[in-house]
Design a protein around this ligand. Structure first.
Ligand code: DHK
Length: 147
């Protein structure tokens, strides 16, 4: 079994399903975690699924992934557009990194069009709703098994 895939979620995603459902949908983060766990099992992968509203906690999980993770799937939420610290942490991680956004950030306000994380990400998924996590997981399976 390969090392786990870290699936990391940034601020306000704990409110998924309740917060602006017209943008982020009605599925909760627990629904997303459950769907990812089921798909990971089908793909022969294991996952560690986390969410935090705190930038430093996300940095710490990326550091943990350096030793314990095969890949990182990250929805940094608002930190996408602001966090050099998360970019630096991802630059210190050697495996594949996939960036997920539930909404199509390019259709939204201009400040959401820039992503620090995209400077490191091997692929970006945006605007596929919460299904984007499963698409990212399928791609991650290809990337970690192709190694
Ligand atoms: C989630 C957020 O919370 C926003 O700050 C980002 C992202 C977009 C998403 O679409 O998943 O701008």
């Amino acid at each position: 079994m390969t090392k786990p895939i870290f699936i990391l979620n940034g601020p306000n995603l704990n409110l998924l399903g309740k917060r602006q459902p017209e943008i982020y949908g009605r599925a909760t983060l627990e629904d997303v975690a459950d769907a990812c766990a089921a798909l990971a099992e089908d793909l022969g992968l294991s996952i560690r699924f986390h969410q935090s509203n705190h930038e430093g906690q996300i940095v710490d999980w990326i550091h943990q992934a350096r030793d314990e993770g095969a890949g990182v799937i990250i929805n940094p939420a608002a930190y996408t557009h602001t966090s050099v610290a998360i970019l630096d942490a991802l630059n210190a991680f050697d495996g594949p990194v996939l960036e997920v956004h539930i909404s199509n950030v390019h259709k939204r306000e201009a400040f959401r069009h820039h992503s620090y994380v995209s400077l490191r990400a091997d692929g970006v998924i945006a605007g596929f709703g919460t299904e984007g996590y499963q698409l990212a997981l399928r791609r991650m399976a290809t990337l970690v098994k192709g190694k």
